[in-house]
Design a protein around this ligand. Structure first.
Ligand code: ADP
Length: 438
């Protein structure tokens, strides 16, 4: 067996977002966390796999590290026969003049033998579109969308040809909407003309799904494509047309789920606060307080005792640090921002480790950083991607050493999901793993 698509994502939730779209478009997909172990082979992964998405933390790290990790991931994916490589970054093109999008794309392209690649950040379904090379978030230009204030990579210029031009020594070109409107053949001819002029990177306009389909048709033979998860949804149809990918009736099917149900929430985003409140109206929950966590073990022990009792009674149970902005601010003023966050993340990691060890088999985690802490406490390095609960959030499964059934895991970044997410997630899991699952 060899891979159709090998993807390298510059952060964890971005990787899941892409993987989710690949599954929705008909690929069986596994997400690997960090540069894959060279001992790991596709045969070691349970079930068939068409696409592997490697989740790195390379969005805001020093550029040399980002390039080195991306090349190491590429080496693993190439050795497993990936026909096309996809470098995934954020649909808001999160980067600085130092990188990391340009240098990583250059490094990957060189390793793949040169040539040209496309840059397709747009995700029209989420309001990210590109016109004449300018990135819009909804009806605002990128530099007027709030992204100009981003703490790590403020985006102060919406002209992506110019933005990328500052990150690479190579010429940057544009495939604009009027070309795309003429279809895949004309777009490919335009890309070829640019390539003959030595243009390595081509920023592609895209206003809607149809534009993404045209781009996918034009670039399906490229060794490297780059962009957001929108392009990921358009490529599998082209792979099928090429005969690389079989029709799979249930790409998001998961193994039967077993074990009790737990929700851990460390997100204080508005959507999560609503989800916590909605859950507490129906089911029990325990509020973790960073100030009490700082005083010693007793608070965490109380959370554990509460969770055990409720799980024994049938679950699902919620343990949450999620709090409104005033309470978060109070904890941060008393403990410092970093320490307050660390205490919560450590507690969530310990709870996950202990309770999964005692039989939890279905786990929902809310919060991007919180998910990272839980996944690392559990020592998880691979996730089979299942069907979607809400846009951008799939159920996943990870093998557990010494346990027959895998751990079913839903990792939700802060602002994702409907209000009933914490209860409905478990109903969706039953549908995904039961008879006739999609
Ligand atoms: P989101 O995806 O909503 O941004 P994250 O988990 O990425 O959620 O980030 C939330 C951060 O806030 C984490 O570092 C978490 O530990 C921290 N946190 C959670 N609850 C509290 C709290 N009550 N007080 C202070 N910090 C908190």
């Amino acid at each position: 067996m060899s891979l159709v698509l090998g993807a390298i994502a510059d952060d964890f939730t971005g990787a899941t977002d892409l993987a989710n779209n690949l599954v929705r478009a008909g690929m069986r997909c596994v997400q690997l966390i960090g540069v894959p172990d060279h001992e790991l082979d596709l045969g070691d992964i349970d079930g068939d796999v068409d696409a592997v998405v490697v989740a790195l933390k390379s969005r805001s790290c020093p550029v040399d590290d980002a390039v080195a990790d991306s090349l190491a991931a590429l080496e693993w994916l190439q050795a497993r026969g990936a026909r096309q490589i996809f470098f995934k970054y954020c649909s808001t093109f999160d980067s600085t003049d130092a990188g990391n999008i340009g240098p990583v794309a250059d490094g990957l392209l060189e390793q793949l033998g040169g040539g040209q690649t496309v840059m397709v950040p747009a995700f029209p379904a989420n309001g990210r579109s590109v016109y004449q090379g300018h990135l819009f978030v909804g009806d605002r230009l990128l530099n007027d969308s709030g992204m100009q204030h981003h703490p790590l990579n403020p985006m102060t210029d919406a002209d992506l040809v110019r933005v990328l031009g500052r990150q690479t020594p190579h010429p940057v070109g544009l495939a604009a909407r009027p070309i795309l409107a003429q279809g895949g053949g004309a777009t490919r001819a335009h890309l070829d003309t640019l390539a003959a002029d030595g243009v390595r990177h081509v920023i592609c306009d895209s206003l809607d799904e149809q534009d993404l389909e045209v781009i996918a048709e034009a670039v399906v033979d490229y060794p490297l494509v780059t962009g957001g998860s929108g392009l990921g949804q358009a490529l599998p149809a082209q792979y099928r047309r090429r005969g690389w990918l079989a029709e799979v009736s249930q790409p998001g099917r998961l193994a039967p789920a077993a074990g009790s149900a737990l929700v851990l929430s460390g997100s204080c985003s508005r959507a999560t606060l609503g989800q916590v409140a909605a859950f507490l109206q129906q089911r029990p929950g325990f509020a973790l307080d960073p100030l009490q966590l700082a005083e010693g073990e007793a608070h965490l022990d109380a959370a554990l005792a509460f969770a055990r009792e409720q799980l024994a009674a049938g679950g699902p149970v919620l343990v949450y640090a999620s709090a409104d902005p005033e309470r978060v601010k109070a904890a941060q003023q008393a403990l410092g921002v970093a320490r307050a966050g660390e205490l919560v993340e450590q507690a969530l990691g310990q709870l996950a480790q202990t309770l999964v060890g005692e039989g939890v088999g279905r786990l929902v985690v809310a919060g991007g950083e919180s998910s990272g802490a839980v996944v690392s406490a559990l020592g998880i390095s691979q996730l089979r991607i299942g069907g979607q609960i809400d846009p951008g959030v799939p159920w996943t499964q990870a093998p557990l050493p010494g346990r027959e059934a895998p751990l079913s895991l839903a990792l939700k970044s802060g602002n994702f999901g409907g209000e009933d997410f914490f209860t409905r997630a478990f109903t969706v899991l039953d549908e995904l793993t039961g008879e006739g699952a999609a």
